[in-house]
Design a protein around this ligand. Structure first.
Ligand code: PLP
Length: 398
């Protein structure tokens, strides 16, 4: 840092310079985030100083957080809970706003571990060693962080031919030290939805928790023409991660974690002796009240109808992309379930590089098998799809 500060003009010129190095979402087909809705941006600004780590000081921002949790609970069919005087969870739905899917997944597994080790969840056989969770091979890499941080063994079940978790593989991996299962409702690479209802049966039979990672799919699946079961309507589902900063069109960082039962939040509590509240159950201390306000604003503004239109738009782009790709000879690995396409293109790594270097398209690659991964988001336009397909044809023809 300099001894003397710069002028405002100098600072902004410095910032604008850095901003010019950022990629505009135009020609981005690899991101699960997008431009936040303008109402979310305004709300974010209005609550810029609000710290949800000190709830007593920011009662208004906290009320907005609770309202978001209530609305998300409604969207995800969370059961209403009557607990009039708890400071961990005053709303009728249990959960809180996180920084995103990673934090939600970490906290969901931390909750499982705490409940089991404190003896609050009865397991059939009791723990004999390192606790483990069984997740699909397709799970997001945030679960690698879970394994690393929490001394939990993460067991990966194989996928079936449609890239959903293979139920026989899940059952085979469960042992006396298993504490929970994870299902993905909209996996990062293929946009596929695991059979959550079947995972629920396995979880209930084995007295295991079932966390659903709907970080991406949470704001998509309820608005599809034929939604698949993935939320609290499925009896064995104990927690759900859903990210407003992805298809929820809110500002970053906006994630959410919802629990079926308040015992989860209680298991995450630590005492906070010098704050305005007695305890905290969040992973981070200082938290953004601005993103709670942003999420609340955009959810109120769009309503179910607005989100349905958003999903319809992205699904139309998806169909247009698949149709066009087929015309130039490329098939999707699976029929897209949501707005994610895994396209079978030979030499996909090279194609990706060429698309970026020659035409400025940002796409990504799935791990196994290696396919071109395209996410069709609200920032993409129908005319971009045509341009992209022309460029893909050029790159693959050479
Ligand atoms: N879970 C899923 C299914 C995701 O697709 C992602 C990110 O794309 C995450 C979790 C992690 O979310 P975040 O990057 O917001 O922490």
């Amino acid at each position: 840092m300099n001894e003397h500060g710069l002028s405002e003009r100098e600072v902004f010129s410095y910032l604008e310079n850095a901003k010019s190095e950022d990629t505009d979402y135009y020609r981005v087909l690899s991101s699960m985030c997008t431009h936040p809705h303008k109402i979310a941006v305004e709300a974010h600004r209005l609550f810029i100083e609000a710290n949800l780590g000190d709830l007593g000081l920011f009662a208004g921002a906290h009320r907005l957080e609770q309202e978001v949790v209530r609305m998300l609970g409604e969207l995800l069919h969370a059961p209403s809970i009557d607990f009039p005087s708890r400071d961990s969870c005053k709303s009728s739905v249990c959960g809180y706003l996180t920084t995103g899917g990673t934090e939600s997944n970490i906290q969901a597994v931390r909750g499982m571990k705490n409940l089991v080790t404190s003896g609050r969840k009865g397991l059939k056989k009791g723990l004999k060693g390192t606790p483990n969770i069984v997740i699909p091979e397709s799970a997001h890499f945030s679960f690698d962080k879970v394994a690393d941080m929490m001394g939990i063994e993460v067991r990966r079940a194989s996928l079936d031919s449609e890239f959903r978790v293979n139920l026989a593989s899940v059952e085979k991996l469960i042992n006396a030290n298993s504490i929970g299962l994870v299902g993905i409702a909209g996996n990062t690479e293929f946009g596929q939805i695991d059979p959550i209802d079947k995972l629920s049966e396995i979880a209930l039979e084995n007295e295991l928790f079932l966390h659903v990672d709907a970080a991406f799919g949470g704001f998509v699946i309820p608005f599809l023409e034929k939604p698949q079961p993935f939320d609290f309507k499925v009896p064995g589902v104990t927690s759900i991660a859903i990210d407003p900063h992805k298809m929820g069109l809110s500002t970053i960082p906006s994630g959410a974690l919802l629990f079926r039962s308040p015992s989860f939040l209680d298991s995450l509590k630590v005492n906070t002796p010098y704050l305005t509240t007695k305890s905290q159950f969040t992973l981070t201390g200082t938290r953004s009240g601005a993103s709670a306000a942003a999420t609340c604003a955009v959810m109120k503004y769009l309503g179910n109808e607005g989100y349905r239109k958003n999903v319809q738009y992205c699904m139309q782009l998806t169909s247009k992309m698949v149709e066009g790709a087929r015309k130039i000879g490329f098939e999707p690995l699976i029929e897209p379930v949501m707005n994610v396409i895994a396209l079978k293109v030979p030499n996909s790594d090279l194609v990706r590089e060429q698309l970026l270097n020659r035409f400025g398209w940002n796409v990504s690659i799935t791990r196994t098998p290696r396919t071109l991964r395209l996410v069709l988001m609200p920032h993409n336009r129908p005319e971009d799809i045509e341009l992209f397909l022309q460029d893909l044809k050029k790159v693959t023809a050479e």
